[in-house]
Design a protein. Structure first.
Length: 249
């Protein structure tokens, strides 16, 4: 395999950079996890949905204030607050429908299940129609949102990376939906269902996402598909690395 010079942009380097930004680092992961932990623990100990919501919102607001004081990005805290707000709306809807505290707590987790199911469907369909969404990360850097699609090698690479994002979502749905349904139908103790959903959401959140991203990094470390400044990578003379990727595909 031939090596590229440090100044040569590659598709792999572009995607690695974009994924690093999207991940948010350890602090971003913590800010996403703490509100869920606080909600689950508070509800199980108090059986009061309103108190659980107040505590989780309070934790997110503290993180937000710290971000503002430090003049750093508030993106991940805001994402957490939006998630709490949507969960609260679902819980309120369950309350208005006559559901008890357990029904309301289970409803709080429903938006996350719907999000993962929808995310998996959208990403999966983008792969099936050969327009993988990860490809648009490449396009955003190349300056042309669709130029990457002219290069079959880049399309296949982006399809593999997109499947890596689909799998965690499918796993979450496969594990958490049966727990949610069992709790709603009283086939499982509602308290146990709420606790199980809280634990599953944490265990299958960032840890699973990190495992997926680690595999993506491994894929990206294997090859070096050049990004052309004048057009898509397919217009360039293929390197030995590119030919190897094409043969493997």
């Amino acid at each position: 395999m031939t090596s590229t010079t440090p100044t040569t942009a590659t598709v792999e380097a572009v995607v690695r950079k974009q994924l690093s930004i999207a991940l948010g680092g350890r602090r971003g992961m913590l800010e996403a996890a703490v509100p869920t932990i606080m909600f689950t623990v508070t509800f199980l100990t108090t059986k009061d949905l309103r108190t659980a919501l107040y505590v989780s919102v309070g934790a997110a607001l503290i993180a937000l204030v710290l971000r503002i004081v430090q003049r750093s990005s508030v993106q991940f805290v805001v994402n957490a607050l939006v998630g709490i707000a949507i969960g609260a709306l679902f819980a309120l809807r369950a309350a208005r429908a006559g559901g008890d505290a357990n029904d309301q707590a289970l409803a709080y987790f429903l938006p996350g299940l719907l999000y993962n199911a929808g995310y998996a469907v959208v990403l999966g369909l983008s792969n099936l129609v050969r327009w993988p969404l990860v490809g648009f990360m490449v396009g955003s850097v190349m300056g042309d949102p669709t130029a990457w699609h002219k290069d079959r090698q880049i399309v296949k690479l982006c399809q593999r990376l997109t499947w890596c994002l689909v799998i965690p979502c499918l796993l979450r749905v496969m594990v958490q939906v049966p727990i949610y349904v069992a709790g709603r139908q009283k086939a499982m103790d509602p308290d146990a269902a709420v606790a199980a959903l809280g634990v599953a959401k944490l265990a299958m959140g960032w840890p699973l996402q990190l495992a997926s991203l680690a595999f993506m990094v491994w894929l990206l470390a294997r090859d070096a598909t050049p990004v052309s400044e004048s057009g898509p990578a397919g217009e360039q003379e293929p390197t030995r690395t590119d030919r190897g990727l094409a043969e493997e595909a």
